[in-house]
Design a protein. Structure first.
Lengths: 145, 119
């Protein structure tokens, strides 16, 4: 009884911490793969590879561990199960909380990217002689912001 | 090119150095500000990250000053560090745009199901 209550307290502390933490990219990609509709594991893997331009290729172990964790956090849930060729195929979907968490992450990414871009812009045009004037050596690499 | 995404503390440290050199304490306060108070680096985390980034050629020592008898070292991004940060900005923007596109599709679908009352 007592230990059960303690476990609940720890879990809520853990979740409070997780709310503010940025998502690791594989987690972000899995949630993005599920944002517009349910998918099964293999669909998530191919979609995550496509979204990331081939940079991120999830191993099955990584994917299912992440899906278990996201399910435990209430961000992902089972949508349905099909039997295909005698094998069980499980579809996953984002929960409403998962959709909100992903939307918050999009906002965070956009804000962080904007601030870094602003400072990189100042670096490329160091008219004010910032910090000893030693920055600004970077050559423009042609990224248009 | 397969480049791993930056962990958020690393991204924030590099962003803190993007416009000019800063010393360690300046980086710590700047990182807290950039992240809206979400990320507060401990000194150990910061200096381990700066050592690692220096080893990777993304950050370098800018200069050292003696303030009240203590050595204060300033750090700056290298040109390679600036390019790495630019690539990360591009990655973050692309990821955010794709997720936003799908979340809009999700809201449309939910709105259709709920007769358009979904927020």
């Amino acid at each position: 009884m007592k230990s059960g209550r303690l476990a609940i307290v720890r879990l809520s502390l853990y979740n409070d911490g997780m709310k503010d933490k940025s998502l690791q990219e594989p987690t972000f990609l899995i949630m993005t793969a599920l944002a517009a509709g349910a998918q099964h594991g293999y669909g998530i893997m191919t979609d995550a590879a496509e979204i990331s331009g081939g940079r991120v290729r999830l191993g099955a172990g990584t994917l299912y561990a992440a899906l278990d964790r996201l399910t435990g956090e209430g961000l992902v849930e089972t949508d349905r199960e099909d039997v295909i060729g005698g094998r069980l195929r499980r579809y996953y979907r984002l929960t409403p909380a998962g959709g909100q968490r992903l939307a918050a992450e999009v906002t965070r990414l956009q804000a962080s990217a904007a601030e870094a871009a602003r400072r990189l812009g100042a670096r490329r045009a160091p008219a004010g002689g910032l910090a000893g004037g030693t920055a600004g050596a970077i050559t423009a690499t042609g990224l248009a912001w």
